[in-house]
Design a binder for this molecule. Structure first.
Ligand SMILES: [Mg+2]
Length: 165
């Protein structure tokens, strides 16, 4: 987090919740970016403000309900379980959106929104568990992602494709 004395070239702010400085993002990118991250090299989290605390707290609390083969070991069994769970829950979202097209004439009802809201939470839980198994914090994942997107935006390649652009 920046202090009043610290020079701050830019600040990324997402409405009301997220305040991450460039220094935070650079630190997160150095420590958390998946390129070259080894399983035995746990990521150091840069905490910056309420947002990170909320994400880290969510991860911590979600972990208390993590009961699956290899949970918390970061081994292949645990990775496979959470990867399957994550894609399964993402599939549940797709299926509910499909039903909006099939059954609801494209109208997104309050019920469907509520269903999607619930499924999005399930996706978030598995995302948190994947972060846990990778030995990094959900906050560092989010920070690194914001940094990547900001960099692409700056280089005007945000609309292209490819993981390494
Ligand atoms: Mg679900």
């Amino acid at each position: 987090m920046s202090t009043p004395d610290e020079p701050e070239a830019r600040k990324f702010v997402a409405t009301g919740v997220v305040t991450v400085t460039v220094a935070d993002l650079e630190q997160a990118l150095r420590t958390a970016h998946m390129k070259g991250l080894k399983q035995d090299a746990p990521v150091t989290v840069t905490r910056s403000g309420e947002w990170n605390l909320l994400m880290d707290e969510y991860q911590q609390r979600a972990t208390t309900t993590a009961i699956y083969p290899g949970a918390g070991t970061g081994n292949m069994q645990a990775l496979a379980y959470v990867a399957l769970g994550l894609t399964g829950e993402a599939g549940e979202i797709a299926n509910k959106v499909k039903k909006v097209l099939r059954d609801d004439n494209g109208e997104v009802s309050t019920l469907r929104r509520a269903e999607l809201f619930g499924e999005l939470g399930d996706v978030l839980w598995y995302a948190a568990m994947l972060a846990e198994e990778l030995g990094c914090s959900l906050a560092s994942v989010a920070s690194a992602n914001l940094m990547k997107l900001a960099d692409r935006q700056e280089r005007d390649v945000i609309g292209g494709s490819g993981d390494t652009r």
